[in-house]
Ligand binder design. Structure first.
Ligand SMILES: Cc1cc2nc3c(=O)[nH]c(=O)nc-3n(C[C@H](O)[C@H](O)[C@H](O)COP(=O)(O)OP(=O)(O)OC[C@H]3O[C@@H](n4cnc5c(N)ncnc54)[C@H](O)[C@@H]3O)c2cc1C
Length: 374
């Protein structure tokens, strides 16, 4: 008999959730990860007693009650509510676009006044198109929200994110730009949101409790040719193109690099997320990690804080693969790899890297729960 029923490559939320369910069903699992820690992208480093989201800020949000009940049965969550602030050349605006934003932008006081302002600016943009469809992201956004919101809060931020002028970006990237005519800074519309109390490592620790794990273990170096001798089945959550040795070429990604530092103050920016929407500032956002988990006096009980500047960048081999690029080339390439994956015997491909799909945390857990049926 082989030592394991499942070899699971990757200890992120997909691999860990699958492993949890497999163990409950009495399956013997080995979970490996090439990183020096478990947890995948939700892993947090402890710096100055603060949980630092090492692979980018992660805010759990969902309306899927099954997923919420599942995660909260493992660990309690806090009441963190994402309400980012935008800094445009020193002017501060609440996000997402809502009555607080409009009051600050135009001094309007009622939803009616705000709507009239937006409608007036949208009409200007539509008139400029003279009946034709928006040809690029800039025209599209102007038609959706008008020039003031576009120029101060969208244009330069989007250009930093994509490394290209908004006129060179396709219109479809922005299909909708929700505007709210209420004083509500809650970024998400979901029924449930929060951060696990004591951090994400506690959540992934619970999922992987009692399961054999190995970190610093690269599937391609240690198991690619021999995994069938240790396990009956493989669950693979790494990059799909790498599994097939880049046979059809490499898939493209966008990445983000982080400059993290400790600041000698208890409260650096007063919010977890501040977007810098002007091009003079090279980074897109500053994350102040303590505000995800410390509230009220607790912010001041720790005299230090940890912040991360985020820089959007083109992915090159060796960097972290973060966001799939959904253009024609990559969509076709990903489909070809998915077709190969469907033919692979005894292997389940799951999660954001193996499916080449952007997934939030809740949908990735939902997907793992759906396929972990024994
Ligand atoms: C910058 C950023 C911010 C995000 N913010 C949010 C948010 O606020 N809210 C939200 O809901 N979602 C957010 N997400 C999405 C979230 O990160 C994903 O839903 C989640 O990480 C997916 O889990 P996964 O298991 O598929 O992948 P991962 O967490 O990436 O796990 C895959 C694991 O496989 C390992 N691996 C890969 N190749 C090998 C190999 N050859 N050998 C061994 N191990 C290997 C990797 O080291 C990694 O640990 C964000 C994503 C990014 C990129």
């Amino acid at each position: 008999m082989k030592p394991y029923d499942y070899l699971i490559v990757g200890s992120g939320l997909f691999g860990a959730t699958f492993a949890y369910r497999a163990r409950q069903a009495g399956k013997r699992c080995l979970v490996i990860d090439k990183r020096p820690h478990l947890g995948g992208n939700v892993y947090c480093a402890d710096i100055e007693g603060i949980h630092v989201h090492q692979y980018g800020a992660h805010i759990f949000h969902t309306s899927d009650k099954t997923v919420w009940d599942f995660v909260t049965s493992l660990v309690p969550f806090n009441r963190y509510t994402n309400s980012p602030v935008a800094n445009y050349r020193g002017e501060l605006y609440n996000l997402p676009f809502n009555m607080n934003t409009f009051a600050e932008l135009w001094g309007v006081r009622t939803p009616e006044e705000a709507k009239a302002k937006i409608d007036e600016q949208r009409a200007e943009a539509l008139a400029a198109l003279d009946g034709r469809e928006p040809a690029n992201l800039e025209e599209q956004a102007l038609c959706l929200v008008g020039k003031d919101i576009f120029c101060k809060l969208i244009k330069e931020y989007t250009e930093k994110q994509w490394g290209r002028d908004c006129k060179e970006l396709p219109a479809f990237i922005i299909r909708r730009l929700p505007v709210r005519f209420v004083f509500d800074n809650n970024y998400f519309n979901d029924a449930y949101q929060g951060i696990p109390i004591d951090g994400y490592n506690v959540l992934t620790g619970k999922l992987l409790e009692g399961i054999e794990t190995r970190t610093g273990c690269d599937f391609f170096k240690e198991y690619k040719d021999s995994w069938r001798s240790v396990a009956d089945r493989l669950v693979y959550t790494g990059p799909i193109d790498e599994y097939f040795d880049f046979r059809f070429g490499r898939l493209d990604w966008r990445t983000v690099s982080f400059r993290t530092r400790v600041e000698d103050t208890p409260n650096y920016q007063g919010n977890a997320v501040v977007n810098y929407t002007s091009r003079e500032v090279p980074y897109t956002r500053i994350i102040e990690h303590k505000h995800f988990e410390m509230f009220g006096q607790a912010v001041y009980d720790n005299p230090k804080t940890v912040i991360s500047e985020e820089y959007s960048a083109e992915y090159k081999p060796g960097m972290e693969q973060f966001y799939p690029v959904n253009d024609a080339r990559n969509n076709v390439l990903a489909e070809r790899y998915r077709a190969l994956a469907a033919e692979e015997k005894d292997v389940l491909f799951g999660g954001r890297l193996a499916e080449y799909r952007y997934y939030d945390m809740a949908p990735v857990i939902a997907r793992a729960l759906a396929v972990a049926v024994f």
